[in-house]
Each structure stands twice: as C-alpha cells, then as structure tokens.
Design a protein. Sequence first.
Lengths: 206, 547
Amino acid sequence: MKNNTEYITDWMKTFLDGQGTWSVKACSVNEVSALISKACLGRGLPNGHAFEMASLASVLMSDQVLMGFFVGALYETLDEPIINLDNKTLTIDHARFILSGPMAIDALVSGVETVVLRDMAWKRLITPLLINAENTYKCFFSFETIDNSVVILNHSDTKVLPDLGEPKLVPELVIEALDLLAKKTYVPSSEVSRRFGAGAGLIDID
Amino acid sequence: MNKIFINEVPLRKPKTVMKLDRLGAMFPTRMSFMRTLLRNLSQKKAIITRPTWEIDNDGFGYAVYTIKIDDRDYSLVAFTNDLDPSDRTDRVIATAWDSSYVLYDGVPDITEISRLQKNVPRQEVGRFSAKELVLSRANKSLRLFSHVVQALKRGKQPDTKMIKDIGYLMRTTAVYGNGKFGIADRNTLMNRDIISGPFMVEMLTVWMIRGFTHDLVEHLGGSKLKKNIKTYLGVGNATGLGMAPFLVTHPELLSNWMMARETGLARVRAIPILSQLQRNRILELADRVVNHLNDWEVSDKEYQIRIKSLRTEWREIGENLSSLISEEKPIDALVKFSEKFSLDCQELMVAFVLEPFGDLVDGLTCCMVSDGSMPLNPVMDISELREFIQRDWNWSIEFDFKSKKETAQFWYVSEEKLEPRLGLRYEEPGSELESPLDIARQIEKLQLDLTEGFSNVAEFLRKFPEHRSVLRRVQVMASYPYSEIRDNMISESCRPIDMLRCKLSYFGAAKFDPKSDRWVRITLAQGAPLFDELDGRDDWWLPVFSA
C-alpha cells in the first residue's frame, strides 16, 4: 500500500483532472458526517477534532471541490503546530487544517482578535470552517490570504462570507478516500468476537 | 384538578437515577415515544388508508399504507418475499428477511415503488433517497405466524395461550432512521409538528408494520382476527449492541429524556391528596400490573428470578396500596414505600405513578427533543471547569483504571458489519482501535493534565487537543444534569443490556426478554390502538390480554 503522501498526490491529480466527470452519489448529511468522523479517527485525530470536522459535513457538501480539498487536508502530513499568542494575535506555524482549524475558532471565540495560520495548504477550506463557526457561535468572521500559505482570520461586524448553498451529490472518489481511512478504525472479526457477539449462538425458533 | 406544589418534591438526583443498573430496570411510561405518537395521532385525527395491496395468495408482494397527518401524507411501503428458513436470523449480519419496509415521505407512484422494490429488500446494500424517512425489516415469528394463518383458514381463532406467550406476528431486526444509507436526514423533519419528536417516524413505521402484519395473516387465512387478539398482537423486536452506544453518544438528548420523566415524577409526587376517582384508577392499574407481571415469562434464569421477586414485591405494595394512597402526598408516599424494594420495583413504581396523571406529565414530552450537540465553550475559565468536574464527576473517581476488572472490556466497530461490539480487552485483539466510550477513564486523564497555568479552555486545548471531546462533555453535563451514565462503560461489570432496556423503555417496549447480556427481544405497540381506533383511546400501559 502506498503511504499517505503518495496516495493523496495521485488521488488529488485524478480528482482534479476528472472535475465535472466524477461518478457521484446521493448521500445524506448524516452519512457523510459519520464517515468524516470515522475517517478522522482513522487518521489518528483526537475524538473531539473528529467531531468538529464531522460538523463541517453540510457546508463541505455544498461544493464538490471542497470535499476533495478536505480529503487532501485529511491526508496531509501532520506536523506539530508551533503556536504563539502575542497580545491579541494567535499565530500558528505548520498550521494543518484538521488540527489548527478548531484551535483557530476556539481562539477567535475566546477573545483573540486575529489568528494567523502559516503554511496552510488548503486555504479554500477556511470558508466552510468559518461559516460553520458563524452558525454555531452566532457571530461573524472574515479572512484574507496574504500569500500562498498565510491566512489571517478576523472578527467581522457584518456577514461577509458567502452562502455556500445546499448539499450536493458527493464524488465517489471522495467517499472511497474517506472510507479508506475509516476502515482503519474497524476491528476484524475473531473467533472470540463471533462467540460473544450480540445474537451469537441464536437458534431462531421463535 | 389537584392543587400542585411543584417545588415541594425535588427531582431525583442524577447520581441516583443515572446508574447503569437502575437504567436497566426501567419500564415504559405514558411518556414513551410510541405512546406519545399514538396519543398525538389521535389528537390530530390522522387517517390511514391502504391504497395498494398487491399481495398474492402465498403472502408475497407489496402493499402501501398512507397516513395523513395535518396536510402531509406518509406511506409505509411493505415488501414480502419467500425466505429460506436457513436465512432467518435476528442477527444484524443477516442478508435476507421475510419482509422489508420503508416509510416514504408522500405517496409513491408506480415508478417510485419500482425503485423501492429494487432496494428496500436489500436493506443495507440498497441505496435510498431523501424521500425515504425510515428503513426497516422483519421476520415472521415461526411459532405464531403460521399457526394464526392455519387457524384462520379453518375459520377458527388462534390459540390464546400462544397469543399471550408470543405477542407478535413479526419481529423487526432493525429500524434505521436519520440519514442511514442515504435516507432523509433528521433535519428534514424538524418543522413537522408531532413527527419531529425523537424517534417519532421510527415509531410510526413500527406501528404501521404492526397493522400490516394483521392484514397479512387475515389475507392468508381468509378470515378476520378477533379485535382483542389483534389488539394484543404488537411488533416484536430484537435489539443488540448496535443500539447501546447511542445513549453515550447523545448526551444532551439522553438528559432531556430523563429530565422530562423526572420532572413528571416530581410533579405527581407533589400531589397533595387524591380524589376517590383517582384512587380507584390507581387500584385498577395496580391490578393490571399484577396481571402483566404474571404474563411476563422469560427463558433467562437470572431475569426470571428478577421478575419473580418483582411479583412478590408488587404483592406487598398491593397489600399496602389502599392505605398509602389515602395519606397526604400519596404518590410521594408510594414512591418512598417502593424504595425498600429492588430497582425493578422502584422503576416500575415510577412508571405506575405517572400513568394516571396525563394532565400533569404529557405536556413534558415536548421537552424530550434535542436540537443537536451543544458547542464547546472555549471561553470558560479553567477554574470554572474544575468546579464542574468536582461537582458533577465525583462518581468517575470511584473506578481504579489500573485494575484489569475496570478495563476488562472495550467497545469497537466490527469490520464485518460496521456495527458496535464489545470485546474482552485481555483476550481479544483490536483494543488499540477502541471506540471512545470510556468516558470515566477520559475524565481521569483530563484531570491529570488539568494543571495550573491555563486561563481558559481554548488555551488548554491548544496544548492538550486530545481532551477536547471529554471536556465538552463536562460542559454539557453542567447544563444537562442527566447527560451521563454514571458508570464505567469498560468495566467487567458493564452490561450492555441495561443500556438497551433504558432506550427501549423510552420507545415504549415491554416484556424484556434477554437472550444474553448483550441482546434482548421486546414487544412494541402491544395493546395499542388499531388503524381504525385513533379515537383518543390512550389506556394501554402494560397491556394484558383480555380473553
């Protein structure tokens, strides 16, 4: 099996090259949310972060490319973030979306004025992250991209982020990639588990 | 109406109520979901029709039932097919069933029925759309189904002892809602009045399946069942571990369910005095309990001993009932009197005393819904968080997680069917993939890291992101006092059946019939109104067969 980086590099190329011609599947938001949660756990994220990522499902589903970028973020190498709070500005170097995203929202909600995310590879995911946070915490945010890898998040007095629209069909490629990580959380059956599983030994004479 | 002093009797404390063994002793109440649904359907004057009946002489084919609630139609589409007896199993790993169902949002046309026919019998392997609200399947009771058909064919009624002993013609083995396999998300139902409550569409589906099973045996038998028999025939259900983690993964919802019930209990305990009419009603219900308990027989020896003890204890309550309900604050007196008995008896008493007082408790069922998960509050001071842990989580320090006994089991998701299972940590592989249901142990770990030097939750979680989930639970518990099962879910002594019984009692299930400590058979909608009885009849708590 290829390692994560090789897999996702090939995957992303296939995904982007095939834009508009993907096989797609109608999924419920709950289904995608549950799959994201499992995939995050399979990726080794803490349960609480898996929960936060799963809560993005409905906004991510509004744009098929965003779903693909989320897969990219999920597979990228997780460097230890370097975090610095200076006065009212929080700076995170080596910011990886799936770890630093919730930290950035926590910071803004708890009174930090500005969050600077450096080395952020999947900047388009900031929009669904902030929209979800606006819906959750009932306040407004904005962001700007300084160069290729720096994003600055701020509070906003008014709503400036766009509406992303209704959930759309999900590219099968995305489901497969999420499923690959989700499967890492499943435990294969053993003799013991079969013997003690619910309903084991049942003879249906009812 | 009684003068109520609501503040006079406090709610039972979460530390008392939320123990696993007590949850595993719960009974259905008038606030249970099936009961609430049917009461509301009656009030709405819902009408059921059967626009399609394409069932052949062997009982195979499909049928459509439509119920109109307010100005919306919902249709149960039922499919039946010939099932090889060797394929008939309750286990979730089954791949074929005697019958399969979908609750459809609207009335399906022939194209839609054709689409459903290709998918519904395949259940988990099929694919569904947001027009489908619930997906389910059921197997025939081998003992009863053919007996009833044969009796009806001979122009006779079925054997009443068998009706009493079994109580259902078919048994569901799964009832899926909330987006599973592509069906509609729960959010779809948010603004649909009585259907928006917890598990209302699932209960509606089960109740309509029950009506279908009645029609099916009458179709095959060529004559009608007597009404008392039909009324007693509910829907069986076999429930295993898949349902157990729900109570842990939905803390706000669990708290709302418990809070509504406990508030109802506090209200009735505060009743100062009973009228003669109310006393008579209580005596009548107490007799019904006796008969119900006598009808409740199970093959599990330990459970049967519990039922026998309960019968004895209820007899003693019966001997003292008249005098107890003549006292001041009679319901409070009854509840206190039951406290010397088993947990089964205490929880039966709770369900019993709620029953006569619909005017005080039914309105509380509106509070049993939850609009989602409470978000993390990153602003909270760490000192405040510590106070909450000290106040609400004392119970979690009782467990010694260095002991093998307290870590003997682990929850996981099986590769075979993607369903939750419970493994033996020191005997089975896979504990490194444990599902995070070990809440008490997570609290212990959180406390170890909760040292000085952090101002608020946001700052703490930047350093310790692994505590995010359990920290949110601490915050949830501060607002939702009944949100946690106050036991160790990975202990050697954790019995999943207790969680199953708790949840099933909220559904309205009775006659719990455990087949091991991790799966149970029950009956739903036994005694419930039939399709043509949505006329306000709401007196079917702990039903007893009337010959």
